[in-house]
Design a protein around this ligand. Structure first.
Ligand code: ARG
Length: 466
């Protein structure tokens, strides 16, 4: 036996040392050490349960807990010596505990396995991260509400097919983003509920012959329940897939917003200006101010979609119960969390500095005959069937196009050539302000409705805080 085999907790049945390459190839400590806090918390809860059940003595339990706490402090000070031959975070910490406290340390692994240990660690870790992400979404929503309120009256072109469709308010557009975030948060909260079930006690796959109390351990760790089935508890990573799916949808939303910010801030659209702090320049073109932050968020959505596919593929061929394949769940999950949190933070920082170029937005809203539907609705109120009104307005638009004039720039006489039902009051509805104000119902773009929507959200948020 070489030194590294001697150090391995499972070395008993082996006569040959692990191949050096295999040792490095199978190790996960390079990345799963990130789970050390959860691993130690899980071990402390397990030890307390073993003591309570009379499986460990009080003294052994006390030594284990003090030893683990000292290791946690050592890791936090950056003084822990992580060993690749010890494979992963679990065996590194256990070996350090045995070195520190001796005999009692060797008893900690009674009635458990690394299989239920790792399944527990990831759930604890992801639960915490999910809470942090929910808080980050909430902060971004707060910023969106402020922006929507500031621009509740600002008219802009609403687009379909990227063509000017009808005037809308910028505030209404911001509140569309708010709704998407609300559903994203709902998906994550939902996923958290299914995640918060404890695998510990499943041991390797079949449970343990010791008289453990899983409900006690679950309560100590803040789980809602202990998993019902030991095979399922150690083997499925559906909670990680579900989380990544919710993350992918959220990133898809952030990517769409990014695309809009990039387009709106281009010289051709010129509807908004992003703050200098969130843009970068070009090394060759001195005039450039590039929207790098939204571009990067749009780009980062790609890897998170990839992680979702990686986790699905990782799981699909695995027979029950645990397989080493599952070690591959961590890096995609860690990367998903890091980039999702970064993207949310970037948006939260970027939005308050966003300036609307209101004159250009208004001019753009006027440019594409955006109030044509308003004229049709006006004629319907004067008694025309909608289809006839549509036809009349189509002709009026064609006339405007020929002379390069908007409907609002035609004279009353000119408009009346298309329908005698048109009166002098028509001009109020042909302005973008008149158009948006007319859409004055729940869910509509009228400034009054945008303000009402903001007020409802603020009231709900205040109630949730209480
Ligand atoms: N490092 C392993 C993982 O991430 C821990 C569980 C190992 N279990 C085993 N039977 N080899 O999945």
């Amino acid at each position: 036996m070489n030194d590294s085999t001697a150090a391995k907790p499972w070395a008993g049945r082996f006569t040959e040392p692990t191949d050096a390459f295999v040792e490095a190839f199978t190790a996960s400590v390079g990345f799963d050490r990130r789970l050390y806090r959860q691993d130690i918390a899980g071990s402390i809860a397990h030890a307390r349960m073993l003591v309570r059940q009379g499986i460990l003595s009080e003294a052994e339990g006390a030594d284990i807990i003090a030893g683990l706490e000292a290791i946690a402090a050592q890791i936090e000070r950056g003084e822990f010596n992580w060993s690749v031959p010890l494979e992963d975070v679990h065996m590194n910490i256990e070996a350090a505990l045995i070195t520190a406290i001796g005999e009692a340390g060797k008893r900690l692994h009674t009635g458990r396995s690394r299989n239920d240990q790792v399944a527990t660690d990831i759930r604890l870790w992801l639960r915490e991260e999910t809470d942090a992400i929910l808080a980050a979404i909430d902060r971004l929503q707060g910023v969106l509400l402020d922006l929507a309120e500031r621009e509740a009256d600002s008219v802009m072109p609403g687009l379909t097919h990227l063509q000017v469709a009808q005037p809308i308010t910028f505030g209404h557009h911001m509140m569309a983003w708010y709704e998407m975030l609300e559903r994203d948060a709902g998906r994550l909260a939902d996923c958290r509920r299914r995640m918060n079930v404890m695998p510990l006690g499943a041991a390797a796959l079949a449970g343990t012959s010791f008289p453990i109390d899983r409900d006690y351990t679950a309560a100590l760790l803040g789980f809602d329940a202990a998993a019902e089935n030991s095979l399922d508890a150690v083997s499925d990573r559906d909670f990680a897939i579900e989380f990544t799916a919710a993350a992918a949808i959220l990133m898809m939303h952030l990517s769409r917003w990014s695309e809009e910010l990039i387009i709106w801030s281009s010289a051709q659209f010129g509807l908004i200006e992003l703050s200098d702090a969130y843009c970068t320049g070009s090394s060759i073109m001195p005039q450039k101010k590039n929207p790098d932050v939204p571009e990067l968020v749009r780009g980062k959505s790609a890897r998170i979609f990839g992680h979702l596919l990686a986790l699905l593929t990782l799981m699909k061929g695995q027979p029950l119960a645990y397989n080493k394949d599952n070690q591959e769940d961590k890096e995609p999950l860690f990367d998903t969390v890091d980039n999702l949190r970064g993207s949310l933070l970037a948006f939260t920082g970027m939005l308050p500095g966003l300036q609307c170029r209101r004159e250009r937005m208004r001019a753009a809203a006027m440019a594409g005959y955006a109030t044509a539907t308003d004229l049709a609705d006006y004629l319907v109120r004067r008694g025309l069937p909608f289809r006839d009104a549509h036809e009349v307005v189509g002709k009026a638009v064609a006339f405007g196009v020929a002379g390069a004039r908007d409907l609002a720039e035609l004279s009353l006489e000119e408009l009346r050539r298309f329908s005698p039902a048109i009166g002098p009051d028509v001009f109020t509805i042909l302005t973008p302000e008149g158009s948006v104000a007319a859409r004055d119902h729940h869910g509509g773009t009228a400034p009054a409705q945008v303000r009402a929507a903001i007020a409802r959200k603020r009231a709900r948020r205040a109630a949730a805080e209480r």
